[in-house]
Every structure is written in C-alpha cells, then in structure tokens.
Design a protein around this ligand. Sequence first.
Ligand code: AHR
Length: 506
Amino acid sequence: MIRAHLTIDPSRIVGPINRRLFGSFVEHLGRCVYDGIYEPSHPTADDHGFREDVVALVRELGVSTIRYPGGNFVSGYRWEDGVGPREERPRRLDLAWHSTETNEIGLDEFATWLGKVDGELMYAVNLGTRGVLDALDVLEYANLRSGTHLSDQRIANGRREPHDIRMWCLGNEMDGPWQLGHSTAEQYAQLAATTASAMRQIDPDLELVVCGSSSAAMPTFGEWERVVLEKTYDVVDFISCHAYYEPEGDDYGSFLASAVNMDRFIDEVVATADHAKAARGTDKTIDISFDEWNVWYQSRYEEVDRITDVDDWPIAPRLLEDSYSVLDAVVFGGLMISLIRHADRVKAASLAQLVNVIAPIMTEPGGPAWRQTTFYPFSLTSKLARGVALELDLDSPTYDTAKYGQVPLVDAVATHEDGKGTTVFAVNRSLTDQVTLEIDVLALGSVADAKATSLSDDDIQAANTLDDPERVRPRDNTSLRLADGKISVTLPPVSWTVLTFESSGR
Ligand code: AHR
C-alpha cells in the first residue's frame, strides 16, 4: 500500500484566505455573455434577459470578484458602445475573436447581473488601442456620484448609484504578440504608469492591477515583470499572472503536476516583485492577481475553433467550449491548492472563464444549464476554504514526470479557522494507484466530525454533457478513519478530495 503523511499545525500560518481568491472572469467571447448569462428568449430569463438557471449555478459555484469585459476582447473595445439606449448601440467587429459584438450587454447591464450573483466587479480598461483618457472616462462614468458629463450620463441611463468599482486591470496581456496594441515592456510600463497615476487623481484608493506575463513560458517572462514594476511600483497594487494548462499528447503525468508549474510561476513573480521593493527601499508590497487560470485545450482552439474567413464575423459563436473530464478536474483542483498555498501573496484570482467558454457552467440555447466536472473542486473549495491557509509538512512518495522531474504523488493544502474547523484539500496524481493519506492532527486538540468527499472515476475521461449532465459528481469518501489523533483517508488514483473536521484547539 502506498502511503503519504501530513502534519497539521495551526500555528504555521501562511496568510488569510481572501474571498477574492474565488473570483472568475466573464469576457465578451463566444457564448459566455450572449447565449450564456444573457438569453432573453430562454424560459428562465428574467426581465433583463438574464438566465435564472445560470444565476443559480453561479451562486452555487461561490464566485466572488468577476473580471470583465476581457481578456483579448478589451484591447479593441469602446466601453461607451455598451451604455445608453440599446437601439442606438453600434455593432462592431471584435478582432480578438473574429466575431460581431452587438453591445446589447455593457457595463450597466453586467453590473445588474453581478447584483444577482452577489459578485464584485473587476473592470479591465483598454490599453491596447486606447489609453489614459478612455480609462478616465470609464472610471468617471462608473464611479463618480454625479455632477459631471459622464456620471450624469450614467444616471440618465438609469443607474443613479455609482458602481463603485474598486479593482481595475490596466489592459490585458500586453506582452502577447496576439494582443491588439501589443507593446514592449518599456512602452507598456510607461502607459500603465501614466494611466494609473491619472486614475488615482480621481480616486487614490483604487486597487490597480498591472499586466504581468500572459504565461510563464513567454520569452519575455521575468524581464517583463522587472521592467513593468520598476516603472509602476508606486502607483499599482497587484501584478497579474495568467496560466492555462493542457496535456501534451498523452503525457498525463506531467499534466497532473501542472500545479508544480503554477507554484514556481508564483514564486518567481513574488521574487521579482520583492526585488523591485528592495531596490526602491519601500515598505509597500505588490501582491499577485492571478486573474486568468484554468485547464484550456488551446491546441483545439487553434486547430478547430479559430475563425479566419474574412467574411465570417458571427455573433456569439461556439468558441473555446472545452468539455472537462475527471482528469481535468483533478488538475484544476490541484491549481486551486497552489493558489491557496500562496494566500500570503496571491490576494485575488479569476477562474477563466465562467459560462460556456472554458467554463465550469455550460448552457444550451433554450435548454438546460449544467455543471462541468471542474465546477465541483471550485464550489467546494470556495465554500470550505476558510480562515487562514496553513503551511503543511507533507511527506509523499514521488513519481517521475517528463516536464517537471520528480514530483510528489500527493499534493495538499489546509485552511483553518479557530473555533470553526479545519479543511484539507488533496490530490492524488497517480494514474494507477490509490494512496492512503495519514494526517497527524494532534496539534489541533481533540478532533471530531471528520468527513471526506472525493471526485474520481474509473474512467478518467468521463465528463458531464448535455445528454448526461450528472455523469460525474463528488461522492462521500467512506474510507475515512479517525483514531489516536490521526485521520486516514484513501485517495483513489487521479482524484481530488476535500476533508473537513472540527477541533477543540489545544
Ligand atoms: O480566456 C481566454 C483568453 O486567454 C483571454 O481573452 C486572454 O486574455 C487569454 O489569452
């Protein structure tokens, strides 16, 4: 029998769990907005055209902050197209996704929808094809109470109260050659610094996110962060990280270890930010907004989805509609473990994306909405990660991967709230073997009411589909035992598990 061992000590605190870690992302892309959250002809649509079945699932998912309106889309977006009377809103080309944007939904409608799901709006400004003035305009429209041209325009559009958006992204993935307005680190840093300073002249308390690299694999990664932070350090609060994972061929061993790459990425960005801090001799710390992360079969987009025909500019095409397997969900759960493990520096994160587009929630026009496999690790982590993240002593056998060398078979993180309980999130990356995880909880005093839930399946490619929407779901893990200050639980091969228990404290 293969065993792994971990010890929980509630005094070894990494940092508080910020609710913003459970954010998501809604981009005007494919069927995320149109035929996703918004489908006026759907039987469950409310008076605004929002699908109530989707609202219910988003609430169940437990998302906090939602980044909007892009993504690559934002770099060609004119925010003012999406406000005011609908019949006057222009249709525009969306160059990022080779689609037509109808502008039926814009800032005000999205804010209304966010009210229904109790979400916080995180707004990205266009620094790709626009700049400082545009950012100031949308800020004035959104956040100024009244008495200026744009704030009064918002009121005339039926929104008396300001949206009071606190988090703002200064553009999107400006290091990427695919990005409209792609620039060098120096050019972007200059524009981001000027924009941030100007926005702070309206409101010094805004929380501003400067673009880091669109992936740790970018040739400019590291140097990009150094240059950008050198120029923007004093006027921003976060630097962004983006990461997407997919298997290369059938190298599932490396794929299952994707969190190793995420851990390293975070550590390297933290090191770069702290170098900038030391070089400036400042007390201010820059944190990470991991504002795009997921499993994404990007190769499928390139080979199948991408629209290139010069005459083809569809409205809400089916793009990036990945169907997620159990294998994907286990990798996904592992990525959430990595984010929580870095709770001291990753203070916000956005699962990209929310509905239909590389999403935990899928919909059929006129038909049902359902939960993908990835829905479950997200909803359970959002619900059960409470209090503080703990540093663990984890002793696990390792296995060899093509990409990352020797990697622990089991990965885990714990969160703890005094008087309320402890939660352990764990993955077993073995493709073949179950692993018995023994957890030493002596430092927590007497422990009771331990429960475990696992997501796994004999068929690791099993997925939830329109025809079989409940094929995969988490189940009670009845192998759990509690005796002599130790909990033991068997983790099936390729599985994600959450374990909760109450403790008296010592
Ligand atoms: O989430 C899909 C796309 O991935 C986003 O538009 C872009 O920012 C990233 O490259």
